[in-house]
Design a protein around this ligand. Structure first.
Ligand code: UDP
Length: 239
């Protein structure tokens, strides 16, 4: 089924933590399955979906620095963590009968195909859900930046940034009861006010390439479908 969608070609950004469910760390297969169901439902509407998953449920580069180890080694480990998450999601998607591929920004040829813009475009056009693990393949970057970059490279209509809050707030709504939610906020304001929903490099790539970022809560099943239809609750970060 194909219908008129608010956002047709999207890069969905999931944090690594989303895959851990209630646990502090790790990959919860039931949670991966639940998220895969949402992605399959969104794909069935006719959306072209690229997926970037973080690695924070398994490893973050900054953790090694605490013991005095070079940040770069930690970032390599963090990028490897994103590959593990993406492979888990690719298999969950495939188990649901959809065609899914992974194209990694970090070359590990025995494990996963490497990202090229051409291959990614071809696979999206042939009705595949395409995962983009391995970050951009460079230390000192994040998977938020990866999502913004892949969106720019692939001409995506938007980055859909799934979080556990329903948008961007003036302050942390969990600790500040006066915090209010933006329906829309400019890239400049998001950067200037240091709204920590994405890092500055990600906002800058999105701004320079005019890719809107939709921040929404993926906690409720079906939230992704609602956002694609333009019906869901979230904050649009745009010019
Ligand atoms: N990372 C990196 N380069 C990239 C993307 C990610 O070095 O282009 C590393 C970095 O160490 C980061 C880790 O991978 O801490 C996991 O990514 P991220 O923190 O973005 O995951 P999330 O917070 O979304 O779970």
């Amino acid at each position: 089924m194909s219908m008129t969608l608010r956002w047709k070609r999207v890069i969905l950004k999931l944090s690594g933590e989303a895959l851990a469910g209630g646990a502090a760390m790790g990959i919860d297969p039931d949670v991966v399955g639940r998220i895969a169901d949402d992605i399959v439902a969104a794909h069935a509407l006719g959306a072209e979906i690229g997926v970037v998953i973080g690695g924070g449920n398994l490893f973050r580069g900054a953790w090694l620095q605490k013991q005095g180890t070079d940040r770069v080694v930690g970032d390599h480990m963090g990028m490897l963590a994103t590959v593990m998450n993406a492979l888990a999601m690719r298999e969950a998607l495939a188990a649901r009968g959809v065609k899914a591929s992974a194209l990694s920004g970090l070359a590990i040829p025995e494990v996963v195909d490497s990202f090229t813009q051409r291959d990614a475009r071809e696979r999206l056009a042939s009705d595949r859900i395409v995962l983009f693990p391995g970050g951009i393949g460079c230390p000192f970057f994040t998977t938020d930046t990866t999502a913004a970059l892949r969106a720019a490279e692939l001409g995506a209509d938007a980055v859909l940034k799934a979080t556990n809050v329903d948008g961007v707030y003036t302050a942390d709504p969990k600790t500040d009861p006066t915090a209010t939610r933006y329906d829309r906020v400019s890239y400049e304001e998001a950067i200037a006010r240091n709204l920590k929903v994405m890092d500055t490099a990600a906002f800058a790539i999105a701004r320079d390439n005019r890719v809107p970022i939709i921040v929404f809560s993926a906690d409720e099943p079906g939230a992704l479908v609602d956002i694609l239809k333009g019906e869901g609750r979230g904050t649009v970060v745009a010019s």
